[in-house]
Design a protein around this ligand. Sequence first.
Ligand code: ATP
Ligand code: MN
Length: 432
Amino acid sequence: MTEKFISIAEAMKRGHGKVAIRGWIYRERGSNELKFLVIRDSSDIIQCVLKKEKFAKQWAEIDKLQVEASVEIEGAIKEDKRAPTGFEVEADKITIVGLSDKFPINKDLNEELLGDRRHLWLRSRKMNAILKIRSTVTGALHEYFRSKDFYEFQSPILIPGGAEEGPTMFSVDYFGKKMYLAQTWQLYAEAAMYSLEKIYCIAPSFRAEKSKTTRHLTEYWHTEMEVAWANLDELMAYAEEMTKHVIKRVLEKNKKELEILGRDWKKLEPSLKKKFPHITYDQVLKILKEKKKTNVPWGKDLRTIEEEKFMEDHDTPVFVTNYPKEIMAFYKPRDPKNPKTALCFDMLGPENNHEIIGGSVRDTNIDELKKSLKAKGEKLEDYKYYFDIHSYGAIPHGGYGLGTERLIKWICGLETIKDAIGFPRTMTRYNP
Ligand code: ATP
Ligand code: MN
């Protein structure tokens, strides 16, 4: 007879009459005569009141119930302005399903201690809200790419050494040989692009990042795409439309969750309505110098503080294009119109969110690729595979990678990327 139970959200939508709900005790307080149990389920929380006179036989048990015990409650629901979510159930019946030990989380725990108890902290309203928004975000990303006729293509996570190996890759013992965890699907995606033309994937990427910033994980979900025949402007158009689509879906589905997080969702609206500015690296240096009294020598990457100063004047993401060729990955081609720079972009997020997407056209000129690799001290024989895929009918193409958690961090207004994923992995946090 499980059908008789309805979600707390559904019960509040009905607003009157008998309801049967079930969930976990979120808060409890009581007196001799009354017990107030705030019950949570995945949908919401609601206050239930139990009167001793109705529960004489069970009272001793009810009185001992601790936070997170699971219960089924039947009773009459009515509006009550004083209750935390505006409704109250006056219980006629309670069934105790699972008792709870003393719950080891309270409001005084710091980030480290909450991290140690992550498996239990997921039950908090905060994590519940974030995980719902995360689900909307990944759903909207799939929806977006599929609506644009992209195929979903998966690449291996275990990859041989060679291309792009280095200090930021995790190695794995593979039957006595060394293999690595992929940092990106790109080199495989380019191979598959020659078959499917428009592809995307949402999968974990691994980076042995020693940086302890609020935007780096060692395992993150990388949303990547690769498109045949695309130029830089087309890639940025996809990135912008995709970002707007995700925000639109979150604002449609998750205003309640954004409010639980205390996120001022109005701050997301400019990103829906306005076109994201496009600006070159050269122009950014000029603005930093003239308006922010900050000198960046040409050829240096923008540092955190410089990105923040530049983004102060923007309330939407900004595409910064044409970074210096020398500091870019080997596969980013020179811009024929400005050969010191590469045909690439970073999409920087507002509100101190830094790089959310990085993308580029891909170089298919094998001589140029070899020159760039040599300049970076790479061994050419490691890249035979890559030269191969561009040796049979090479075409212009490109793609980008989105840090899914960085997008979630921005949308939710989180202080740290660690809260954008259920069980974060960083250099110092890998448990539970
Ligand atoms: P950053 O300079 O911020 O470390 P990156 O330029 O090394 O990033 P890319 O190789 O361009 O990153 O990866 C594509 C996208 O993946 C980035 O735009 C970013 O959103 C995301 N990303 C990269 N590294 C991480 C990480 N360690 N944790 C979470 N997301 C990441
Ligand atoms: Mn990047």
